[in-house]
Design a protein around this ligand. Sequence first.
Ligand code: AMP
Length: 542
Amino acid sequence: MQGLMMDYQLTLLPMLERARRLYPKKEIVTKAGPSLERSNYGELADRVGRLANALARLGVKRGDRVATFAWNNLRHHELYFAAPCMGAVLHPINLRLPGDQIVYIVNHAEDQVLFVDPTLLPAVEKLAPHLKTVKAYVVMGDQLPQTTLTPVYSYEELLRAEQPDYAWPALGENDAAAMCYTSGTTGNPKGVVYSHRAIYLHSMGLAMADSFGLVERDVFMPVVPMFHVLAWGTPFVCTMLGAKVVYPGPHLQPRDLAELIQAERITVTAGVPTLWLGLLALLEKERYDISSLRGMIVGGAAAPRSMIEAYQQKFNVPVIHAWGMTEMTPLGTISRLKSYQTSLPEEQQFAFRAKQGTPNMGVELRGVDETGREVPWDGKTIGEMQVRGPWIAREYYRDERSPLSFTADGWFRTGDVITVDSEGFIQIVDRTKDLVKSGGEWISTQEIENAIMGHPKVAEAAVIAVAHPKWQERPLACVVPKPDYKDSLTKQELYDYLRPRFDKMYLPDDILFIEAVPKTSVGKFDKKVLRAQYKDYALPTG
Ligand code: AMP
């Protein structure tokens, strides 16, 4: 047909170009030790050009994978653009994974060059003999420290030797831009490759007012690591908008975060619930001014309702609950009240806000029962969540397990079990593998643990399935009391708290007090570890 639109490819370079032309003065700040290092989008564009020249000199070609082993910082942000815009594939590695998994990931991705933060050198030195494809290491600092890595280069020395102009290639929107590996699986991690188009559209999707709703005026602090689904795509959307970014580096303790929010007047931040639970505990004891925050985006694991209420009521900070996955670049749903829901009683508003929300524009979603039928929107019937859309993976990277996760009609099987209510809000009931199968019924561990975390004396709670001779499985609650109640909190108190909230069959068969809930490499509750630990736990009978 004649008279149509331009054939304009959705690639990442125009994001960087826009920031360079319109927002060269806007800052990118990194916490480095006690001080803050300040750069801006003008310098970023210049340095990204130098970095692309350096990558080319190191032999990086189109399609080659460029790995990073780094915290959230400016140099990492530079790599987020230099590698994809020159046609290579950025591959941030989850540095908290066990060594054998990192070795698997690097060899499976066939990474050619590996960039590493100076503080993380010892870990990479230990793994280097097993990394089969890495031809060069680059230490992301000013000078080259003593190291056994070879051949090895200093990031700043490489940049100093290059020019800022780079002859950027014309890329196709379906070219690979980046890849990440999933962290939650029991076997080897699975690779997901993001196209330029997926990241571009996902960035537009995040910026929408009913989504993350970021704007140029925001000061955004990504606490979610840049190795966890590309910091949820936020470095791209901030660059696209020219929004100021503040990177915490490796400084992720509640006090570090509170100080950064206060000093830099952060307006929006994002991360997993455990971080924000930690910050909340600090804020309840010590005074920090966090009044600049207009949004705290929480995802990666269920945000306890009690936490959403506490931030709102005590600090007037809206916690915005979102759900996503590595396979989804990652945004799937976000919990924003509809216009007419804002006049509901507060109690009901919180009930909606504690759900994972409605699908972001760009994501199609359905709950499917065992017979393959879509479940009704009744807020009760459970089904497996399946999704499709322009930023959702079609398959895993070179992985035989792919067919298990994708349906014949082109949907991705998330492995999350949901209900959908009459407003279209989804609630994650559990991961399929976390559900407790008791008699013929499914029990949601997330629902019980969220309720327990609503108890004022509880810091963290995780519920797991334990084998039961009569019921097949029954729930066991593992509870971490807040430090002040370590010796005084009793099981009885918790049962008294839960009884009015749950039918008898949903009450945990036992409650254990533990020191801490084990965490995964991205800071979520690691129930695999708890399940293994209490595999043979004898539940009380009678
Ligand atoms: P990852 O790929 O590491 O981001 O993990 C994705 C998984 O984390 C999802 O399949 C969910 O099981 C879980 N998840 C992410 N966000 C949420 C949320 N808001 N509530 C409950 N579970 C979540």
